[in-house]
Each structure stands twice: as structure tokens, then as C-alpha cells.
Design a protein around this ligand. Sequence first.
Ligand code: OGA
Ligand code: FE
Length: 326
Amino acid sequence: MSSNHYSENQLRKYSLKLDKIPKLNYNDPKVDEYISSNEPVVIQGCDLVASANSWDLDYLKRKMMGKYTVILSQNHKFKYHDEKKIQSCKTDFKPTTRRVQMKFSEFVDKIKNWKKNDERLYLQQVLDNSVGISIVQDFVKFNWNWITEKQIKNNWGSLTSNLLLVSMEGNVTPCHYDEQQNFYAQVKGYKRIILFRPSQFKCLYPHPVYHPYDRQSQVDFEKPDYNRFPNFKDACGFETVLEPGEVLYIPMYWFHHVESLLRGGYTISINFWYKAGPTGQIVYPLKDYQKVAIMRNVEKMLNDALRDSTEVGTLLKTIVDGRYFE
Ligand code: OGA
Ligand code: FE
């Protein structure tokens, strides 16, 4: 493609085999085939968040008068951690990010005056009533007809939340998976998103379920430790650079890595998280994401039974070593 509004050197470099995620017009019947088979696709022209086209830092600063959740990071990586799992995790855990509440105007001032070596900022605020009447009015005008049709057609559960993501250029959300379906809508700027199938679990080594970094890959994509994570050499994924107006379907349990382009300015995105539909008739062989769900349950069960996270691995190894594998 020649009409890209960004250049290759705005993308961080990783040694990964990546195919492109297809981009299709919303009225292309193949869109529904991708969604119903839990395969990612970029959808163009659906105007999901067209009513947010006026959103920029200046507009949001005038309309959002409360305090909002901002993540601060010592570097460009914003690896999510579950606060609730810090206590129960026996290994000592030092988060590299912290979550604060801040006025939108303060957030804007901080990113406008940001200098190298300052903490980086990433606003991640649920779109609830705290965002103010104007933003709620734009929210009500999202293309709910389009998205609700997808929700119903695919028998998904309810919409759980919409996250407003306002990022500095160069910020990275490292590789992780979520247990929900996600329509990820780009409003401003460009985001490069790398996806991996749930079957890439072996190559991506997510942290144990009890760990605060549950669902996050242990592999640092910028400096992979191939001794600890040898299968990462075989990781293969899909990527896209999401442009304003485009919507990426991120299927549940698919790993994703998100980065705002280098030297691309700030970005604004809005996600739509939906609960998985009811399980219904179980069909064999199971899908890869269903196997990930089973593995999670086994880990949880052992951790609850043993009441000591450090014993889970040894017990699992005892089950397997010399019995299921030579
Ligand atoms: C998500 C997600 C991270 C980001 O929407 O599930 O991981 O940086 N977003 O946008
Ligand atoms: Fe996510």
C-alpha cells in the first residue's frame, strides 16, 4: 500500500513473523464470517464512533471536568497488573506502573510538557457518568445499531464497559489476552496492534493465573529471553496499523499487543468489551480458546486447594513428568 499515513520507522522492531490482518468494508459479507469464527478483522466505514470525531485533547479538556484514571509508567511499557492478586502471590512483586486519579486538564498539561525521562502517561477511563453530559451525548450517538446487530448475531453476552484510551505517542500495552470479546475503535492517531491466536499460548508464556500479571505474556518483546522462553522463536502473529474510523475485532482469548506509533502524536481509542455468550452445546474437538479456559480453571483449582501458589507448579510437574511425557 502506498497511501499509508505513517512510515515503517514509526513501528517498533520485533523479531516476529507477522501476517497482515485483513481490512474490509462493513458491508462486506466476509466481515460476519470472520466475527462468527472468532478471527480478527479490521472493519472500515461502520461509523461506530463517528460521533466522537470532534474528540481531541482540547475538546475533552473542556468537557471532562472530573478526575480520571491515568496510568503512569517509568518506561514506555504499560503492563497491566491485578491489584487484588498482589497479596495472594507469594513471590515478591514490584509493579512498574501506578494508577492515579487526575483532572483531564492536568493530564493534558503533563503530556504537552512531557520531557524524556519523565514518567509516561496513559489515560484509561471507563466511559461512565463521570465523563460529563457532553461526552455522554456523543456516546449515545455511537452506532449502537451496527454493533448491537453484531452482538445479537453472534450470541454474545452483555456490553460490560467501554474504555476511553488516550495515549502518548510510543506507549506500548504489552502482549496479553482478555476473556471478553472486543470491538476496538480508533478515533485519533494510529495504533499498531499485533495479535496471536490462543494456540500461541506455548510461544507466549503467560504468567501463572494467581500472579498479578495473570493473562500477560512473560516475554519482553524487545529483549526476549530465549533461554527461558525458547518457543518464542516460533511465535507467529498478525498485525495491523489501525487508522481513525477503523474498528478492529479482537476475539476473546486472542493475545494482543498495542502500540501508539513513534512520533505519531497522541492517540484516542474506545473499546467495546462484551461478555462471551452462553456456552451452549459443546462441540468436540474443543476450540483452542476453550482449552485456555480449561487450563485457567485447573490452575485456579490447584491454587485454591493447595493455598500456596509456590506449590502449584511442582504438583503439575509431578502429574506430568515421566507419565504423560518421557
Ligand atoms: C484492550 C486493550 C490496550 C490499549 O482494549 O483490550 O488491551 O493500549 N487495550 O489500547
Ligand atoms: Fe486487552
